[in-house]
Design a protein around this ligand. Sequence first.
Ligand code: M6R
Length: 617
Amino acid sequence: MCGIVGYTGFQDAYTIVINGLRRLEYRGYDSAGIVLENKNANFSTAKTKGKVDDLVAISENLKGTASVGMGHTRWATHGVPSDRNSHPHISNNGKIALVHNGIIENYDTIKKMLTEKGYTFKSETDTEVLVNLIQYFMELDANLDFPEAVRFALNEVYGAYAITVMHEDFPGVLVVGRLGSPLAIGLGNKEYFIASDASPFVEFTKEAIYLEEGHMATISLENGVDIRSIVDNSKIIPAIQELKLSLEQIEKGGYEHFMLKEIFEQPKSIHDTMRGRLIVEEGIIKMAGIWDHLEKFTNANRIIIIACGTSWHAGLIGEYLIEEFARINVEVEYASEFRYRNPIIGNKDVVIAISQSGETADTMAALKLAKEKGAFIYGICNVVDSSIARITDAGSYTHAGPEIGVASTKAFTAQLTILSLIALKLGKHNGSLSNGEFMKLITELDHLPKKIEEVLKSTHDLVKNIAKDFVNAQNFLYLGRGYNYPAALEGALKLKEISYIHAEGYPAAEMKHGPIALIDENMPIVIIAPKKGHYDKIVSNVQEIKARKGKVLAVVNTGDTQVSEMADYVIEIPETSECFSPIVASVPLQLLAYYIAVYRGANVDQPRNLAKSVTVE
Ligand code: M6R
């Protein structure tokens, strides 16, 4: 979603802001803009529909003109992507500039009030209302300081926001605030950076403050960073974090796309997820988050997993894992549904929130609701110190490293790895899992990175070739049974996200209850058919498809004959226990989606309309 970059210091603000916006491109956006405070303390603004390159094309003359400024990539919510609706938005008096990530829900009421007072609006955005509300407060009381006027305005709005504001009469000052959307302040030597995440300033400083919910900050070279509560202006002493992020992690490292790089990183990311947690020689799983709260989990009424998108698919597999190995009742819910359906939940329930970004607005809101109702909240996040990670009672980071491609790949397999560890740990602890079985499974889990490495080697060229045959496909069905039903859902989601081909995932047995009507010689069907996991039933499903001339692409275990003989395309993966097979099977499906999208000329890392972290409802 929208990205914010701000800078005050001694370097060229244009270069810092533009490079920073490029780093945030992965978040998904449709327009971009910049405002700089030039040497005479006047604003120079440029904004346009399109990409950062389009912005550069109209603004290069601003290079070298300022050492204070801010920029924005917009993901449209209120009003279509257009030059007018792009940020920054400027107040009616031309003195205040504002960039915003999030949604001001009561903007309409405020807009009416301001319109009655003579304010006019050039855009359809909620953001333009907020910048004029700040002007309004400053006009109401001529003695009001700029940061104080921002604070007054923020107290009038509800919704979600991360904002950065500049005022021509307050040169060198950036005012920021956050509620619901993330914002980090990088602390350099005689310079400060502002960004939606730390990637825009990682090469300049290793120290950052992550602004907390309901806090704002006034930043200037003169007075440093002054953090206050938006509600009552009380002073806040911030925690300074040391950034673990490296430049290498956020660059493509020779791959054509981040997505491909991230697919190939999976042997390492899965290994990193298990590192220090799975100690096979000692026969133990050490996970601080779970360790300290084992009884909460094993005595829980039920575990509710809440998530969205790919993380929700991981949650479904988590349900299978925890129910099978720990015999604890698990339910999986879309966060967006959970929060609005008045769920029955209490202090005997454990809620696990899964989120790569740790910023997903729906998941965050569902968590807050569960917390209010007294449930114990556990987070599985990839982004360290993200909002969800910070409000949970305990949790485990997936440690997959930054995931930049909008389509989640390595974060998904890392989530499955964490869920496997949790299920096995709980099963061992409550005696549902025998020691022998536990040892067998953890040994296998430990071998997964090696297996994924083999899969990447043996399937990459093959899948790349197969993908060519499906470039013009209009629809796809993905089928799987048991643990591989969610893997089928995830395979279908990957394909539709980046190639824009319609794809649906189904439990293979459900095919006969409807989707079978779609099958003809033009319908490709991806079927996940490992040996362990209802293989005979899958064989029957493949027969049913072939009887209707469907084109079958089967993911089978090495040496398979029965399904392979019937399938039109065969991708072999090594055998694993059924519970880990989605981790292995997902890899060729990610490659398939990737290459189909590449051949169709799609923007794989930044698919249309999608955002990496969905910080609005
Ligand atoms: O950051 P989160 O895991 O909370 O994000 C949830 C979904 O928005 C996300 O998984 C989305 O479906 C991805 N684009 C999947 O590739």
